[in-house]
Design a protein around this ligand. Structure first.
Ligand code: ATP
Length: 261
């Protein structure tokens, strides 16, 4: 039977002669679940996503829903597996709606009529609460607005796997939560494999299903997010004294008491 989900095996990456990922073999990333990639600065999270996406050289074997991505040309691979980098979409002089239509033409649903493409683009913008930006130019938007448009473009390309590198970095509190909710919902309804690099552990604990934790280019923990994030892990990984409490609504929250110096 064909395996569904994304499997990454032997993920190693060298930059120049320095090894930054050491033969990682995480468990299967299943469809319909959001996995947080956690770890301190420089631990290799972005590099891991880039290796999975095929945009840094790696001997990694990547299979997605039974298809070996590492054997197909990059242009074809990016139709299935979209990597959204930390950098915001370029502030080009293009209207937001046009940019979504262009993203659709990169790899949206083949054979869709033009009016349907426009309707779908408007619907995606509405999902992100930014339909009022449709006629605005990308080079006139704020950083957070551009980040939302970047996410909308990614959704409009109908990926099977979504690799998001700090997608909340420019967003206010409201949008951090609303975007994670949209990502979670889309992951379930579209059966996506979603990986998301996060630095906010409270958002990770509340809004992702699973987590893998990296340090110095190695995996040091993996499993359901709420099990993985523990005071011991926070101490060992981030060098902080912290407690994992439960709020009156039963949600976990992380209280940081101080750094270990
Ligand atoms: N293009 C590059 N050339 C050389 N070294 C690089 C390059 N990109 C990243 N590195 C190095 O690889 C290591 C992992 O970097 P990476 O960006 O994957 O970490 P990260 O966990 O995503 O960090 P952050 O949380 O700070 O974004 C770091 O030591 C970094 O300096």
């Amino acid at each position: 039977m064909t395996e569904t989900g994304l499997r990454a095996r032997h993920v190693s990456v060298n930059y120049a002669r320095r090894t930054v990922l050491h033969d990682l073999n995480p468990a299967l990333f299943p469809r319909g679940r959001v996995c947080a990639l956690l770890g301190p600065n420089g631990s290799g999270k972005s590099t891991f996503l880039r290796a999975v996406a095929g945009i840094v050289p790696s001997p990694a074997i990547i299979t997605l829903n039974g298809m070996e991505l590492s054997r197909i040309p990059l242009a074809q691979r990016t139709r299935h597996c979209i990597y959204l980098p930390q950098a915001l979409p370029a502030p080009v002089h293009l209207q937001v709606l046009e940019s979504l239509i262009a993203a659709h033409h990169v790899n949206g649903m083949p054979g869709m009529a033009d009016t349907n493409i426009i309707d779908e683009a408007l619907e995606i913008l509405a999902t992100f609460g930014i339909e009022d930006l449709a006629m605005r130019y990308m080079d006139e938007l704020s950083g957070g607005q551009r980040q939302l448009v970047g996410l909308a473009q990614a959704m409009g390309r109908h990926p099977d796997a979504l690799l998001l590198d700090e997608p909340l970095s420019a967003l206010d509190l409201h949008h951090q939560f609303s975007v994670m909710k949209i990502i979670h919902q889309a992951t379930i309804t579209r059966g996506l494999v979603t990986m998301v690099v996060l630095h906010d552990l409270n958002i990770a604990a509340r809004m992702t299903d699973d987590a893998i934790v990296m340090r110095d280019g190695r995996l040091i923990a993996a499993g359901p997010t709420r099990t993985v994030i523990s005071p011991e892990l926070l101490q060992q990984t981030y060098g902080i004294h912290a407690r994992v409490e439960t709020c009156s609504r039963g949600e976990p929250f992380i209280m940081v008491d101080g750094t270990i110096d």
